[in-house]
Design a protein around this ligand. Structure first.
Ligand code: CP3
Length: 341
């Protein structure tokens, strides 16, 4: 039994004393102890070495004590396992030297044996669970098929992912074959993550908001929903769609346990759009953590008041930024623990 089960209770929609809190990308670059390891080991070495991944996962638990841990890894381990080369260049981000541009490229992409290609992730989960000692739950994650396809086609990060969108609209059959291969791999991967010990999974649709509402249904939501359906009996599923407020209605009718919201959608509007019954997660503007600590605390309390303390998981509206002082990150977590109705 997990000692602090606030997060799992909020996912079930149970009444809680206060909402749980964690931060997207909490295992990361705002922490000096993370930077010390980053300077010693390159990115994929950190992902592929269970001892390093587990250590990085528990760093924020020790330092700022959120109510859940998220496994240190990356969404791009999936395309890597599918035979697409992925590099992580310092000060640049992901770089895929052989991007997918044709149906022939898509045909070469494999749905791998996840034990063979991603066994290091499952080992990292088992080790992390031991280190967490049932103090807090562990979250596993994957990118949405659309967000993974964005990188696979674009070959790097982008402000608009025009090449990925262009591929969908000019080669829709090929795009759907690729999206289905990513979906099949992701289902196998997340099921094995749950078997290895994660207590919930989150799907990051970081670039869903690049699509129009109509295209979102066809190229993103359809595949996310397959993943939800395949996982819902195994573990709670959280879907975070950056910029995807327009899809909250459809998402609210799915078997997801919670929906992530970014800061451009008000809590009230997110409740209304999602149908009012499903647990919501979010949505503090990550840049707002640069405000003075008393302002952060006041705004966090106002945010909880507006979402309501139940069926709610406090989080940022996207990942924490590298320039956030650690005491400000801690103030965000503490503000939630100090919340009194
Ligand atoms: O939440 C956590 O703390 C777990 C760690 C985590 C990482 N990546 C580690 C990471 C998670 C949940 C991710 C997911 C991820 N990766 C997403 C979805 C979430 C989001 O932010 O939208 C995306 C789009 C990626 C792809 C990716 N990985 C990019 C664009 C970059 C470069 C930009 C950046 O954030 O630095 C990465 C690299 C990456 N992934 C880093 C970390 C800590 C920084 C590089 C490093 O540590 O060397």
């Amino acid at each position: 039994m997990i000692k602090n089960d606030l997060f799992l209770r909020a996912l079930k929609g149970e009444t809680v004393q206060r909402p749980p809190v964690w931060m997207m990308r909490q295992a990361g670059r705002y922490l000096p102890e993370f930077i010390a390891l980053r300077d010693k080991y390159d990115f994929f070495t950190r992902c592929q070495t269970p001892e390093l991944a587990a250590e990085i996962t528990v760093q924020p638990i020790r330092r700022i004590a959120p109510d859940a841990a998220i496994l240190f890894s990356d969404i791009l381990v999936i395309p890597q396992a599918m035979g697409i080369d992925v590099e992580m260049k310092p000060n640049f981000g992901p770089y895929l030297p052989n991007p997918i541009r044709t149906i022939q490229d898509v045909e070469k992409v494999i749905v791998p044996d996840v034990h063979e290609t991603l066994g290091y992730v499952f080992d990292a989960i088992k080790l992390t669970k031991e280190m967490l000692n049932d103090e807090v739950p562990l979250i596993g994650f994957a990118g949405s098929p659309w967000t993974i396809m964005c990188y696979a086609v674009e070959g790097q990060g982008s402000k608009s992912f025009d090449k990925a969108k262009g591929f969908c609209f000019s080669h829709p059959e090929a795009a759907h074959v690729l999206l289905q291969k990513i979906t099949d791999t992701t289902i196998l991967y997340l099921k094995e993550k749950v078997k290895s010990g994660v207590d919930a999974v989150q799907i990051f649709d970081s670039w869903g908001g690049m699509l129009s509402p109509v295209d979102y249904q066809e190229f993103s939501w359809k595949y996310i929903n397959q993943i939800i359906e395949a996982l819902a009996d195994d573990a709670p599923v959280i879907v975070f769609g950056k910029g995807c407020w327009f899809a909250l209605g459809e998402m609210g009718k799915s078997r997801a346990s919670a929906l992530g919201v970014d800061w451009t959608c008000s809590p009230r509007n997110a409740r209304y759009l999602s149908g009012g019954n499903i647990t919501l997660q979010g949505n503090f503007d990550p840049s707002r953590l640069l405000s003075p600590i008393p302002v952060i605390k006041k705004m966090v309390h106002e945010m909880i008041d507006e979402f309501g303390k139940d069926k709610y998981i406090v989080n940022l509206g996207h990942g924490i930024l590298p320039n956030i002082p650690v005491d400000h990150a801690k103030a965000f977590i503490d503000a939630v623990k100090e919340y009194n109705q």
